[in-house]
Design a protein around this ligand. Structure first.
Ligand code: CDP
Ligand code: MG
Length: 731
């Protein structure tokens, strides 16, 4: 009881702080109310065995809105032509009544902070309004997004609304994919891409408006953009700057931009009922599936949105849902499963936004992207396991890893809110109220304070910004992390002792890649294997989706994969072999099919490679292949990744050389059984253990040869005896 009381008090104080009005409305099981509870429970048990008990905690109040009217207009709009219907829909958005006021405000002020609930129309409408009144006459409108998928899907939507072809007047630009043309006037782009545009055009002269959208996400690139756009707005009075955010902490943005006025778009939000689990859940993925099915069987119509942490989890969830509903036939209503896949082309994403067929229920499986960047209409139920994947960085060791971590309270609120957009909603949190109040942080730490800064530092240096400690950061990174980045860039010879950019560094900055990978490419000139290295870099950039391993054909798939590893060449060279064989097959789809390779990933790798080839030309590195000299290729890789070298230990694990840390070869590596004594790895991932992914064998003397300023002979010789447990080998 005491605990309940305390947590209630906490909830109240939190409610004030977050401006959510919350009411304690007694504790009841969420299903049918207590009297029908047993019946409902029996119905459910009839179909599924396991179930989870929830406690209804509170209702987040909505605004007063008349939703009958909205439903009605939706019906009417069906009869009209597609574009007319879209116009009708546009007029229904919460932002629409404020169009003129907003334009007036921007007329009066150079910088404006815009706050509006997700789904109010900021991203899709504001650039159109600006275009309609002529802002595009003297420059493009840029609208930045933290995520690729959001940039693509929003651009697609806006091109539809404007009745133009995607890539013409409305386009998007994401890393390695430029879907714009001479005609483009409204350009959606990732924040990282706009950052890169500063390199070619430091005053962004081709733009008349910059809208830094989803500012609340505080990605690394967005944070750096803040500093840069603030700077150019001072000597470009004609440039308009919009900072838009879905959350209420707009004051901070306003303060940072010299007290820029805040324009609030009143929301339309319906009440959302919040439910917590009675007890903590051991397996949140399983709990998410059970809860979703529970909703499906016991709750009135309305679509479900489930927040998961990543691609693999989404796929597993999809599989589990299919398995559990298989063979139930008419016992349950149809369940339309819609995974949001970051790698899916725009056309295929469309399924998520299509209205659910009558009698069926849609279940959308998404990552954090659905928290604010994407709005899916019709969601009535949100399942929130309370986790997300987050990048964490240890400046002491320079190690970066993606970790599944608890979300913040602000995130949890945002997630819950997604269910109350088109009518009253319900949110099912797969954690207890006690966990919520006591274990979750209030806000997510901005990325700039938990990431490797080497990339950003290289970019700022190439923009001529030398004094990084005094750069105008909204929230500065730790000095330690900045120094670590400088140290790494110095080790890679991108900076000299005075911290100035070297020729190597200038060349590296041309590549939109991690500095270690850029360095690998630049170094390939010396080893005469640039053509091979850019193939490898392209394959690495695609991520871990090259090999395809269907559940029923795992043995075949594994054998096919092992073919590329013959001779224990290591993972980098295996990737090169995959790429080259595909090329020899004339980029054949059949070849991919036979070798259990994902065609989609290969096409992307080819695109990326083409662009890297263009960049090689720009930095004047000749395109030559040296496939017969594998050592040359390995030395190039070591030239970029020498800080990622590790040595085998007696126990079969590895230890990194410079900052001793234990790691293991990832089971998916071709060298997982071989266990070479010296390796370089592409990245470290922390799952059940600290794993090194993408491994190549290395000769220890190469380290001294390639990076004499980083490794001394004693590092590679003595480490044998020094690092053996309990002084073995010292005797
Ligand atoms: O940016 P904000 O969250 O304020 O809203 P928005 O992204 O402009 O979305 C406004 C509306 O456009 C949403 O409610 C969706 O109905 C629609 N939309 C869509 O149908 N397809 C998209 N890819 C994006 C938005
Ligand atoms: Mg938006």
């Amino acid at each position: 009881h005491d605990r309940d009381r305390i947590s209630d008090e906490k909830m109240n104080s939190f409610a004030e702080q977050e401006l959510w009005e919350e009411h304690q409305i007694g504790k009841a099981s969420w299903k049918y109310g207590s009297e029908n509870k047993k019946q409902a429970s029996d119905d459910y048990q009839f179909v599924f065995e396991d179930q989870i008990d929830f406690v209804k905690a509170s209702v987040m109040d909505g605004d007063n809105v008349c939703y009958e009217e909205m439903d009605d207009s939706f019906q009417k709009s069906k009869a009209k032509s597609a574009s007319e219907a879209l116009l009708e829909e546009r007029k229904k958005l919460p932002i629409y009544p404020y169009r003129d006021e907003l334009l007036k405000a921007l007329d009066d002020h150079q910088v404006l902070v815009i706050v509006g609930e997700t789904g109010s129309g900021k991203t899709t409408q504001i650039p159109q309004y600006l275009h309609e009144v002529g802002y595009t006459k003297h420059g493009m409108i840029a609208c930045t997004q933290p995520r690729r998928v959001a940039a693509m899907s929003v651009a697609a939507r806006v091109s539809q609304e404007m009745g133009v072809k995607l890539g013409h007047e409305v386009g998007y630009s994401i890393r390695f994919e430029d879907c714009t043309s001479e005609k483009t006037i409204v350009k959606y782009m990732t924040d990282g891409m706009l950052l890169r545009e500063f390199l070619g055009e430091p005053d962004l002269a081709s733009y008349s408006v910059i809208m830094v959208d989803e500012a609340h996400e505080r990605t690394l690139s967005t944070d750096i953009l803040f500093g840069l756009v603030k700077d150019i707005s001072r000597f470009r009075p004609d440039l308009k700057l919009l900072i838009s955010s879905a959350t209420l902490d707009a004051e901070k943005f306003s303060d940072y931009f010299d007290s820029a006025p805040i324009f609030k778009i009143p929301g339309r939000r319906y009440p959302v009922e919040i439910n917590f689990t009675k007890a903590p859940e051991a397996d949140y993925l399983d709990a998410a599936i059970v809860t979703s099915l529970q909703i499906h069987v016991t709750q009135p119509p309305g679509d479900i949105l489930v927040f998961l942490t990543g691609q693999e989890e989404i796929e597993t969830a999809e599989e589990m849902l299919k398995q559990r509903t298989r063979g139930l036939g008419s016992k349950i209503a149809e369940l339309v499963i819609c995974p949001i896949d970051a790698n899916l082309p725009t056309e295929l994403q469309a399924k998520i936004f299509q209205p659910t067929p009558g009698g069926a229920r849609k279940i959308v499986l998404a990552t954090n992207i659905a928290e604010t960047s994407l709005t899916i209409d019709g969601i009535k139920y949100v399942v929130d396991p309370g986790f997300c994947k987050m990048k964490c960085y240890n400046p002491r060791t320079g190690m970066e890893s993606l970790l599944v971590t608890p979300i913040s309270k602000a995130s949890a609120m945002q997630r819950a809110g997604r269910s109350g957009r088109t009518g009253p909603g319900k949110c099912f949190r797969l954690y207890t109220a006690y966990n919520f109040h006591n274990d979750l942080d209030d806000n997510t730490v901005p990325e700039i304070q938990r990431t490797n800064l080497a990339n950003v530092v290289l970019m700022l240096k190439s923009l001529g910004i030398h004094d990084l400690i005094h750069f105008d950061f909204m929230d500065p990174p730790s000095v330690e992390a900045l120094l670590k980045a400088l140290e790494l860039l110095f080790a890679l010879s991108a900076l000299n002792k005075d911290g100035d950019l070297t020729k190597v560094g200038r060349r590296m900055a041309e590549f939109p890649l991690d500095p270690m990978l850029s360095k690998t490419i630049v170094a390939s000139e010396k080893y005469k294997c640039s053509a091979d290295i850019i193939s490898i870099a392209a394959m690495l950039s695609v991520g871990n989706s090259i090999f395809y391993r269907p559940k029923d054909k795992q043995v075949h798939a594994d054998n096919a994969r092992l073919n590329f590893h013959i001779g224990n060449v290591g993972d980098h060279i295996a990737l090169l072999k995959v790429y080259n064989s595909w090329k020899e097959s004339n980029y054949s789809a059949q070849w991919c099919y036979e070798n259990y390779i994902q065609l989609r990933s290969m096409k992307r790798a080819r695109d990326i490679r083409d662009q890297l080839e263009g960049l090689l030309e720009r930095v004047e590195i000749e395109l030559i292949s040296n496939s017969n000299d594998l050592d040359a290729i390995k030395k190039s890789i070591a030239s970029g990744f020498f800080p990622h070298s590790a040595r085998l230990q007696k126990n079969g694990g590895y230890q990194t050389i410079k900052h001793p840390q234990t790691a293991h070869i990832h089971p998916s590596s071709g060298l997982a059984e071989v266990l070479p004594i010296w390796v370089v790895y592409h990245e470290l991932v922390l799952t059940t253990k600290e794993y090194m992914r993408q491994i190549t064998e290395l000769k220890p003397n190469w380290l001294v040869e390639i990076a004499p300023h980083y490794y001394q002979l004693k590092d590679v010789e003595e480490s044998v005896s020094k690092k053996l447990p309990r002084g073995e080998g010292r005797a």
